[in-house]
Design a protein around this ligand. Structure first.
Ligand code: NI
Length: 172
């Protein structure tokens, strides 16, 4: 049985580095996971979330940049065009921002939650979020895009964050 609320996995959790498995058919359980992912995303004021971030190594993502919720299975980028660089945050790397160079427009093929094939043409922020979430399915995170010195700074900051979280866990 699934929990009613999913916990967001943080940087350092091995599930975030695993390649997510493709879905052969979106099942009722997958639909439930997608709904819970959307709930978690909204609760944490995110605009996208990938299944590995809730500990599920499957190719499922949810995205809502304020123009409607997309629940996608097996999303694939089939074409890219142009360039953009946006400061990105990630629910699994709280408090960290990395400027990531990505394509400005992407064409994405996926299935919706009822196994219907869909194709999206996404621009600007929507394109950025889709690329970010599809990266998660490959085990890639924003930290990987940071220059070396920045990476070291981020790792230090995240180590401190983990210590803090540990303390909070036992605070009643
Ligand atoms: Ni993320």
């Amino acid at each position: 049985m699934l929990e009613t609320s999913l916990k967001i996995k943080l940087f350092g959790d091995p599930v975030l580095r695993k390649k997510a498995l493709p879905i052969s058919k979106v099942s009722a359980e997958h639909r439930e996971i997608l709904s819970l992912m959307a709930k978690s995303m909204y609760e944490d004021s995110g605009i996208g979330l990938a299944a590995p971030q809730v500990g599920v190594s499957a190719q499922l993502i949810v995205v809502d940049i304020g123009e409607g919720l997309y629940k996608l299975a097996n999303p694939k980028i089939i074409k890219k065009q142009g360039k953009q660089a946006i400061q990105e945050g990630c629910l699994s790397v709280p408090g960290i921002c990395v400027k990531v160079k990505r394509a400005k427009t992407v064409w994405v093929q996926a299935w919706d939650e009822f196994n219907q094939p869909i194709e999206l043409v996404a621009k600007d922020l929507f394109a950025c979020v889709l690329q970010h979430e599809i990266d998660h399915l490959k085990g890639k995170m924003i930290v990987d895009y940071a220059p070396l010195l920045e990476k070291l700074r981020i790792k230090k900051k995240l180590a401190k964050l983990k210590e803090k979280t540990k303390t909070w866990k036992y605070t009643i």
